[in-house]
Design a protein around this ligand. Structure first.
Ligand code: SAH
Ligand code: SF4
Length: 363
């Protein structure tokens, strides 16, 4: 007997695609709007609940599509700090999604900005030397429904609406390009989740061809580049991707992006003691940031269990920032621990996996 075909997730379909699927199933296309309204406006989790649809259509939908809810395995953090959700996918793989409230120092006490840090792959193939996500290699891409599902799950668990998305969780978003693009369309669309494109930021380790491809897409999403080294010498020591796309190639793609989108990029720069935190590193960073008119976001490195890297002391961080500012670069540094988006990502899953293997205790 043939195994039953895996049903597509209802969260993986755009409005036009769902219309086509309905028509090929012999149903009127206009039902697609109604269905997606149940899914995204009313957030139901079964076709049974779609009470204005004929019973035959509901039964037909349940045969073709599933809801594949992401199962929360562990939640850490509290309401006014960062909350991390460890989620189990239908094949048992674990990913994490992190909910980050607005920092009152930056946005004021009254801000209702709520940012979700989303994963795009299980593991990561790019093997940056400092990163927890790359430690166990790459397992697979997330499907469209698994990307969209993270937002739905985080909103259901927290009872709040997410206002901003950052694709800075586990994985390299631009290495899962096609699924990411469809997910962005669903997350942005008025018939979908309805989050403005300007409130979404993709972070990439620097896949130059995909940066250009994204530049040609009309969605005005923001782009952050994980630079971490402003010369090829420093960068390729910690980011193997730099051998494939060296700085000059990456910077050209960055220029193309900011020109096409008329947008300033952000360079993320983790400060790692003794690796990229010297005054000459800061001077090199001034040069590249000015070349593409990028803002710089410095992040003191967060230690990862099993890795030897550490963050420089605050004086050294201040010296680094001073060189950037003197060089005329718009630069910020993120110091508070609980709000550190990057630190949050990739590490919870690893702790849990290590703990389950009995090698260490989870936090
Ligand atoms: N793969 C993408 C997005 C995920 S990583 C990328 O590399 O951009 C999101 C950000 O967290 C990246 O800037 C990454 O370099 C950073 N990061 C990874 N490990 C970190 C750590 N231990 N401390 C601080 N930032 C880290
Ligand atoms: Fe992958 Fe990004 Fe981590 Fe590098 S920093 S290993 S690209 S997740």
């Amino acid at each position: 007997m043939q195994p039953a075909p895996v049903k597509s997730s209802i969260h993986s379909l755009t409005l036009p695609v769902l219309k086509e699927r309905l028509v090929s199933m012999g149903h009127p296309g206009y039902r697609a709007e109604q269905i997606l309204q149940w899914v995204y406006a009313k957030r139901v989790d079964s076709f049974e609940a779609m009470s204005n649809l004929p019973a035959a259509l509901r039964a037909g939908l349940a045969e073709e599509f599933g809801f594949h809810a992401l199962e929360p395995v562990r939640v850490t953090g509290s309401e006014d700090t960062t909350r991390k959700f460890l989620l189990k996918l239908t094949d048992g793989a674990l990913i994490e999604t992190v909910l980050i409230p607005a920092n009152p120092a930056l946005y004021g006490e009254a801000s209702d900005r709520l940012t979700l840090c989303v994963s795009t792959q299980v593991g990561c193939a790019y093997g940056c030397k400092f990163c927890a996500s790359g430690l166990d290699g790459w397992t697979r891409n997330l499907g469209v429904g698994e990307i969209v599902g993270q937002i739905l799950r985080a909103e259901a668990l927290s009872g709040e609406r997410v206002s901003n998305l950052v694709f800075m969780g586990m994985g390299e978003p631009l290495a899962n390009f096609a699924n990411l693009m469809t997910a962005l369309e669903i997350l942005n669309a008025p018939w979908g989740v309805g989050i403005g494109a300007r409130r979404m930021t993709l972070s990439t380790s620097g896949l130059a061809p995909q940066i250009r491809q994204l530049a040609d897409n009309p969605l005005q999403v923001r782009l952050a580049i994980s630079l971490h080294g402003a010369t090829n010498e420093v960068r390729q020591q910690i980011m193997p991707v730099n051998r494939k796309y060296p700085l000059e190639v990456l910077l050209e793609a960055c220029e193309y992006y900011s020109n096409r989108k008329n947008q300033r990029l952000t360079f993320e720069y983790i400060l790692i003691e003794g690796i990229n935190d010297r005054p000459e590193d800061a001077a090199a960073l001034v040069k590249v940031a000015r070349k593409v008119d990028a803002k710089v976001n410095c992040i003191p490195y967060n230690t990862v269990a099993g890795l030897d890297w550490t963050r420089p002391g605050e004086d050294r961080q201040d010296d680094f920032m001073a060189v950037l500012r003197r060089g005329g670069v718009t630069a910020t540094i993120r110091r508070e621990k609980g709000h550190d988006i990057a630190a949050a990502c990739g590490q919870l899953r690893r702790q849990t996996m290590v703990a389950t293997e009995g090698e260490a205790k989870a936090e």
